[in-house]
Design a protein. Structure first.
Length: 222
């Protein structure tokens, strides 16, 4: 369960405050959640707030669950360190034993398919390579919620199929917060929908109902 109470989130712009959420209260049941919204509506910001990585200007978001770091373009890695060293660093942060770390280093190496780049500084990586490393690293840890922002679009077609299947297996034992513009992926992966639109947040207990509403908003052009 994730509970929002009187949550307001805005950014200051040249024309004033741009609201992502404006005094929103909502209780989100456990499950796989697809986050919908037009470009610029604040989907990624909402996802990070639900995962308690970013915080509202006012109000509270609370949950007893554990959350992964966002799977996206690999933000948070240390560019001067190798991919392997970054993975080892995260293992140390999470208190993994020497043997556990060794196994995770191998798992991430095999999954990410970075080859020699695994032992090269991450500042030499493309955004897709960072995404593949971050995805593989998150799969190696157990969280109540996996936070995913368009990660399934990284890599070539074969890797995308591999990533989707790995995620499908992972969410048999955990939940997912998924931002994607691929409606088919949302239908395959998610039970519920959250639609963020003009400072409001709408919950749908069927992902298909959320997609229908999202399409209606797009057609209106508002």
């Amino acid at each position: 369960m994730i509970e929002l109470e009187n949550v307001t989130k805005y950014f200051l712009t040249n024309t004033g405050k741009r609201y992502i959420l404006n005094d929103v209260s909502l209780t989100l049941p456990d499950g796989n959640v697809g986050i919908l919204g037009r470009n610029g509506a604040g989907k990624s910001t909402l996802m990070r707030m639900l995962g308690r990585i970013e915080f509202p200007n006012s109000g509270t978001i609370s949950s007893p669950n554990t959350f992964s770091w966002p799977l996206g373009l690999g933000g948070g890695f240390v560019g001067n360190m190798t991919g392997r060293a970054n993975v080892k660093f995260v293992c140390n942060l999470y208190g993994k034993t020497k043997e556990e770390t060794k196994e995770i280093l191998h798992q991430v190496d095999m999954f990410s398919e970075l080859g020699d780049y695994y032992n090269m500084p991450m500042k030499t990586y493309s955004s897709g390579m960072k995404g593949r490393l971050g995805f593989g690293l998150s799969l190696a840890f157990d969280f109540d919620y996996m936070i995913i922002d368009e990660t399934l679009s990284v890599g070539d077609a074969r890797f995308r199929v591999k990533a989707k299947e790995a995620l499908r297996q992972k969410i048999e034992h955990s939940n997912v917060l998924l931002v994607s513009h691929d409606m088919k992926t949302l239908q395959e992966m998610c039970d519920f929908a959250l639609l963020v639109h003009e400072g409001e947040l709408y919950f749908f207990d069927d992902i298909n109902d959320g997609i229908v509403k999202y399409n209606e908003i797009n057609k209106q052009g508002k």
